[in-house]
Design a binder for this molecule. Structure first.
Ligand SMILES: N[C@@H](CCC(=O)N[C@@H](CS)C(=O)NCC(=O)O)C(=O)O
Length: 227
């Protein structure tokens, strides 16, 4: 018995795998082919009514299903009793920076990817809007990381969530030039063995560099997904 993870090689997808690796929770993986719209099939909608990855089923907890990557990270951290911040104030800091990613960095970078990478019609206003907002949010992270080593003080699920998006800033066409604190943090987290294992789930082609090499394939899959 273990946790079953439904995922794909995307920023939201790798978040859950990295958390499982960091928390040393046993899990199995079901790779979801987003390009062929497996996430919209009835069997998957019964697990996640929103038809998106990631999702988990905890077979140790009466097959309890969790969707939304932020909720998954909180569920897993509670289960393992780690990476959630010690005490009410520290837990609040973890939640603040986790929500910053869920409500800000992820959606803005996601839209930057859509308009800059995937859309056939290039709309300068939309590209500029989402890239500038992404850069602004990365600057917020940089300022915070000039004050603390990790976003909530100690390493936590807030770092996992934000790192999983921020690392792919080049795919969104956004430079981190001048953001030295962010760069330091990106590299420190990238060096963690659990993060390296998690970001290779469900396949090892998850790095932005590798994605760039097979960019046409990724873009075609994304266009099919966005129909
Ligand atoms: N807020 C959701 C977003 C999930 C999401 O957008 N997942 C993307 C991959 S990163 C997806 O499944 N896209 C497929 C689709 O939109 O059909 C979460 O954080 O879990």
């Amino acid at each position: 018995m273990s946790i079953e993870l439904f995922t794909a090689a995307t920023p939201n997808g790798i978040k859950a795998a990295i958390a499982l690796e960091e928390l040393e929770l046993p899990y199995t993986v079901q790779a979801i082919d987003l390009g062929s719209r497996a996430q919209k099939e009835d069997w998957f909608l019964a697990i996640n009514p929103n038809g998106r990855i990631p999702a988990i089923i905890d077979h140790d907890n009466d097959d309890f299903a969790v969707f939304e990557s932020g909720a998954i990270l909180i569920y897993l951290a509670r289960k393992a009793g780690r990476l959630l911040g010690e005490g009410a104030d520290n837990e609040s800091l973890v939640m603040q920076w986790l929500m910053f990613q869920m409500g800000g960095l992820g959606p803005m970078m996601g839209q930057a990817n859509v308009f800059f990478r995937y859309a056939e019609e290039k709309i300068p206003y939309a590209i500029d809007r989402y890239q500038r907002e992404t850069r602004r949010l990365l600057e917020v992270l940089d300022r915070r990381l000039g004050e603390v080593e990790y976003l909530a003080g100690d390493y936590s699920i807030a770092d996992i969530a934000n790192w999983s998006w921020a690392r792919s800033h080049e795919w969104s066409g956004v430079s981190i030039y001048g953001l030295g604190h962010l760069d330091r943090w990106l590299q420190a987290i990238a060096a963690r063995p659990a993060v390296q294992r998690g970001q290779a789930v469900p396949d090892s082609s998850a790095t932005p560099e590798e994605k760039s090499k097979r960019a046409e394939q990724v873009i075609a899959g994304a266009r099919n997904m966005l129909v």
